[in-house]
Design a protein around this ligand. Structure first.
Ligand SMILES: Cc1ncc(COP(=O)(O)O)c(C=O)c1O
Length: 446
């Protein structure tokens, strides 16, 4: 195909490594523990409701107000113990989208101007840098350090420049399984309020926390309600990643902008599945309790097996769909995570994901500082700055996109190439079959 027709923006996007790994797994007939989708059935009630909606011909563009009401009610009930209680207006503060993916993309497009900066924690879920690039924004990183994948307050503050608009917070976290503690969320809240920033949260794993750890939304922290966009979805909690039902909860002006963008991007989420979502969100506590218990068992099954093969799991995941494990010492020399994963796919018949794809530059400021003047913009030191230059005015979108691409392709620290991500969201038979293949491979490999 002629390269000439493609936009500069499109040229910066590459295929998802995770989806590529999945395809390779399929070609090799490998067991797929790479992608974050369940291989087991969705709850019967949901399927029945979706079928009923199709039979009743609910086939047209659709907006189901009852769904917004349930999302608002559920969120207030979960995070309502704060003072003043978190009341969400379903009519003005909730937007239904095609999955969390669209909610986050629309939220970023709604608030980020070209040249604006967005802080991401490093490692990070792979779609956020792309969202920021789509808006012409610039990514700043704040490092998460093993073993607890926590961050340093001064580094978070240092990542916030004068053009910073927002911090993206994903908890429970993909890929590490970290659940941000109350103390950490309080620090992020403090930085957001003192620096006048928005928080864009991805709470897609909100129902999947383990060891009695509770999920807390950053929106429930003092001063955060009016500066947080919460995104989440039905995908993970109800094992329906292909139904594409998600939402954003945001202050009215931002919710309205997200809604306008959503209408221009996809118009509406699938009508029959919105109807089924109404039943899903009325599930009682026993559904969530059982879900957590089953996932915790899967987590332990996978962690025990990996530890038995000398993978290092400094902290067992406290939430989410993945175990982030350090490659056994004996395989770390002369072999990085990418070649380790390729070998496992081809020789052990098990597909997992190289950890390095989630890591980006640890000192992203260096990529932007020290350069010459930017087209359509200038670089100057900003107030409260460390003296390093920042973008001011409107840098050209091309330039900003190129900078983002650099971030994405730069692998940072030594440990970034020492991890693999293993999905636990599979039937126990699938996990046991994968474990048995891995054990067989490791027993026969020096
Ligand atoms: C952290 C995170 N956010 C969002 C998604 C996608 O959510 P959705 O299916 O609702 O678009 C995933 C899927 O893997 C994820 O891991």
């Amino acid at each position: 195909m002629s390269k000439g027709f493609l936009s500069d923006r499109a040229l910066t996007f590459t295929p998802s490594v995770i989806q590529e790994t999945s395809r390779l797994a399929e070609r090799c007939g490998a067991i797929n523990l790479a992608e974050g989708f369940p291989d087991f059935a969705a709850p019967s009630l949901l399927k029945e409701e979706a079928i009923k909606a199709i039979i009743e011909d609910l086939n047209q563009y659709r907006h189901v107000p009852q769904l917004c009401e349930l999302i608002a009610k559920r969120f207030s009930a979960r995070h309502g113990s704060v003072h003043p209680p978190l009341q969400i207006d379903p009519a003005t503060e909730v937007v239904i989208t095609c999955g969390q993916t669209e909610a986050m993309a629309a939220a970023v497009l709604a608030v980020v101007n070209p040249g604006d900066e967005v802080v991401l924690f490093n490692p990070t879920y792979e779609t956020y840098p792309a969202n920021v690039a789509m808006a012409g924004g610039v990514v700043r990183h704040c490092q998460l350090y093993p073993p607890n994948w926590s961050f340093r307050e001064e580094e978070l503050l240092a990542a916030v420049g004068p053009r910073c608009k927002a911090i993206v917070v994903n908890s429970p976290h993909n890929p590490t399984g970290k659940v941000f503690t109350d103390a950490e969320l309080a620090i992020i809240a403090r930085v957001c309020t003192s620096e006048n920033l928005l928080a864009l949260t991805d709470e897609v794993y909100e129902d999947l926390t383990y060891d009695d750890v509770e999920h807390r939304s950053l929106a429930s922290f003092p001063g955060m309600r009016e500066r947080t966009v919460v995104t989440s979805s039905l995908s993970k909690t109800f094992s329906v990643t292909g139904w594409r039902i998600g939402w954003a909860i945001a202050p009215p002006d931002i919710a309205s902008a997200i809604s306008n963008l959503h209408v221009k991007l996809t118009d509406s989420a699938p009508a029959p599945f919105q109807e089924a979502a109404v039943s899903a969100l009325q599930s009682d506590v026993s559904y969530y309790r059982q879900l957590r218990q089953e996932y915790q068992e899967r987590r332990d099954l996978v962690c025990d097996a990996l530890e038995g093969e000398e993978f290092e799991i400094e902290t067992r995941p406290k939430g989410g769909f993945f175990v982030f494990a350090r490659i056994p010492e004996r395989f770390r020399h002369g072999c990085d995570d990418v070649s380790f994963v390729s070998t496992l796919i081809e020789e052990a018949g098990v597909a997992i994901v190289p950890g390095s794809i989630f890591f980006h530059s640890p000192s992203p400021r260096a990529s932007v500082t020290g350069g010459s003047a930017v087209a359509n913009g200038t670089r100057t030191a900003g107030p409260g700055d460390d003296g390093s230059p920042h973008l001011t005015g409107h840098a050209s979108v091309d330039e900003i996109i190129n900078e983002n691409q650099d971030y994405c392709s730069t692998l940072s620290t030594d440990y970034s190439k020492e991890y693999v991500r293993v999905a636990i969201c599979k039937k126990k038979e699938t996990l046991k079959a994968a474990i048995s293949e891995l054990q067989h491979y490791f027993d026969n490999t020096d």
